[in-house]
Write a protein that binds this ligand. Structure first.
Ligand SMILES: [Cu+2]
Length: 591
């Protein structure tokens, strides 16, 4: 189904807001951020929405810090009342005319979830991308209630980059973030300043992209009520309206100059593939990517030919050149990624026709730029950016511990499927139970599952300062953005696989599957590492029919952290596991 739906809100009507800046150095590194209920208008023609926000705002203030200058934040939980989001599962996946219910506003016949309605504001804050002692990482079970405060110390001993802070409560992160609990955190350093990159508005602008849906009143008019709606076939929420910095489909007036956009996909589940269009034609050549999750790349990168893919929690640091454009020129940022995202290509040249309600992309709009008069400026882009990292050499990885994780979907009767992870360990020949057999050329390795659920015993004890290789095997039909807390990692490889899972192959803990390192005949994905992924990452897309390998080295802090899928609906349903970083000299004493 590709027919289009009429948009119930006017696109490009509101000016893009720039979140309030909270510069830590101006407050001697001591910040106090209340977490409050508030009211926020997502669009000119919408009533105000009840939200939860840092400082009561959506998004929260952008905290700006300097490398090497610690920041202390007193997070003050002043939430009152209950979750300002109506949560529902519609009884049917599509309406009478075949339109997926997730593409339209309102509850689509669903009843409000009473357990969600009763949530009363327990929270915990995670700084995503932060190199932070475990005590301040925002462990998902260490909550503070309304009236309780938490004082977190952030050392800021890490390179410049765009981080973000958000709610991370066990089992309900998807509701807290959706209610508005997210904000950006920028770290700056000397290297970036040496390069003369734009810093501060108007030429440095953060873009926090999030999809949202709203309620309907009795007469069918949009209310501002935030609605988190899923359906019996799709357990992730893919709302139809894209907000940037809290406004649906906003407009930014730009001078004929080079802008630096700090982009974050802060959606619960939706992956974006961004294409910049002018007069219906893609103009991706205007965009140069200089940074990724943990800051600068080694060299500037062109975007992939289909557009900039950002799954939930991925970031991009972009320079966009408007300098040759006459006043009045308009460029539109569109999304061509259908949902759930499975990595399938879509040509940028066809972006103008990307609307696909049947694949839960009813409105590809993201935002628009309009050029206004001004002096044309176009600084040269440095050819060399970061000099402080390189891909670990094969020598550095000889003897590195290898950890293997299968991403699986377990079918359940009468409730949504569970997306979970299975930590796998190599078995001996005497193992007779369920096993995963991985065949790579001549070599066959058999694994059994050692852990499946978040609360299962910890099996990962990475030693500080030693490289590890983690293999992520995707045995599902969707792309999963896997996020590792603490130190960043680098992507080593993506390799195509074909696999078979017998009926009942995925049980509560056990797993039976055969995996072969060769391309499935029906597989149309490239399984490549894009140039803009050759940096320091903390979230990696693992595509269907793929093994993704990353090299990670934990360096500074010992303690209990976690890794998980950053599709919040997956994370909340057990696609999350702990690991404990351990100093070398303690390893002999580990049981
Ligand atoms: Cu997932």
């Amino acid at each position: 189904m590709t027919r289009t739906l009429a948009a119930p809100l006017a696109p490009f009507a509101d000016a893009l807001p720039v979140p309030q800046r909270l510069v830590a150095a101006q407050q001697h590194g001591q910040l106090s951020v209340p977490i409050r209920a508030g009211a926020h208008r997502f669009h000119r023609d919408l009533p105000e929405s009840a939200v939860w926000g840092y400082d009561g705002r959506v998004p929260g203030p952008t905290i700006e810090a300097e490398r090497g200058q610690p920041v202390t934040v007193q997070w003050r939980n002043e939430l009152d009342g209950t979750l300002p989001v109506v949560v529902t599962t519609a009884p049917r996946a599509a309406d009478a005319s075949g339109v997926p219910v997730q593409c339209v506003p309102g509850l689509s016949g669903g009843t409000p979830d009473q357990d969600a309605a009763a949530l009363a504001g327990h929270t915990v804050v995670h700084l995503h991308g932060g190199l932070v002692p475990a005590a301040y990482d925002g462990w998902a079970e260490n909550l503070f209630a309304p009236g309780q405060h938490a004082v977190f110390h952030y050392p800021m001993g890490q390179r410049a980059g765009l981080l973000w802070y958000h709610d991370h409560v066990m089992g309900v992160t998807r509701f807290g973030v959706y209610a508005g609990l997210a904000g950006l955190w920028i770290i700056r350093d000397r290297r970036e300043r040496e390069l003369g990159l734009p810093e501060e508005p108007p030429f440095e602008v953060p873009l926090l992209i999030q999809d949202r849906n709203f309620g309907l009143d009795e007469s069918g008019r949009l209310t501002g009520q935030l609605v988190h709606k899923t359906d019996p076939e799709v357990m992730e929420a893919f709302p139809p309206f894209t907000a940037v910095n809290g406004k649906v489909w906003p407009l930014l007036e730009v001078q004929p100059a080079t802008y630096r956009f700090r982009v974050l996909n802060g959606s619960n589940a939706r992956t974006y593939r961004l294409v910049l269009l002018r007069d219906g034609e893609p103009e991706l050549h205007r965009i140069t990517q200089i940074g990724t999750d943990h800051g600068l790349l080694r060299t500037p990168a062109s975007l992939p030919p289909d557009g900039l893919v950002l799954a939930s929690a991925e970031r991009a640091d972009l320079l966009v050149d408007f300098s040759d454009l006459a006043p009045g020129s308009e460029l539109t940022l569109l999304n061509t990624a259908a949902a759930p995202f499975d990595g399938a290509p879509f040509r940028a040249a066809n972006a103008y026709s990307a609307a696909d309600p049947g694949r839960m992309l009813p409105y590809p709009h993201v935002m628009r730029f309009r050029v206004v008069p001004g002096p044309a400026t176009r600084p040269a882009i440095p050819g060399e950016l970061a000099t402080d990292y390189r891909l670990p050499s094969p020598d550095a990885l000889v003897g590195a511990p290898r950890r293997t994780i299968a991403l699986v979907e377990r079918e359940l009767d009468g409730e949504p499927n569970m997306l979970t992870m299975r930590e796998l360990v190599i078995t001996g020949d005497d193992h007779t139970g369920p096993a995963v057999t991985v065949t790579d050329g001549e070599q066959t390795t058999r694994y059994r599952a050692a852990a499946a659920h978040f609360e299962d015993a910890t099996t990962f004890f990475p030693m500080l300062d030693r490289y590890e290789v983690w293999q992520l095997i995707n045995l599902t039909d969707d792309t999963h953005p896997i996020h590792v807390h603490l130190d960043p990692f680098q992507i080593l490889s993506r390799r195509p696989i074909r696999y078979q899972i017998p009926e009942h192959g995925i049980e509560d803990l056990s797993i039976t599957a055969t995996v072969t390192l060769e391309r499935d005949p029906g597989d149309e994905l490239g399984h490549t590492i894009d140039d803009n992924e050759r940096g320091l990452k903390d979230t990696v897309r693992v595509n269907p029919n793929e093994i993704t390998e990353i090299a990670v080295r934990f360096t500074t802090y010992s303690g209990r952290y976690m890794y998980h899928c950053h599709i919040l609906e997956h994370e909340d349903r057990d696609m999350m596991r702990p690991f404990v970083t351990t100093p070398a000299e303690l390893m002999p004493f580990m049981a």
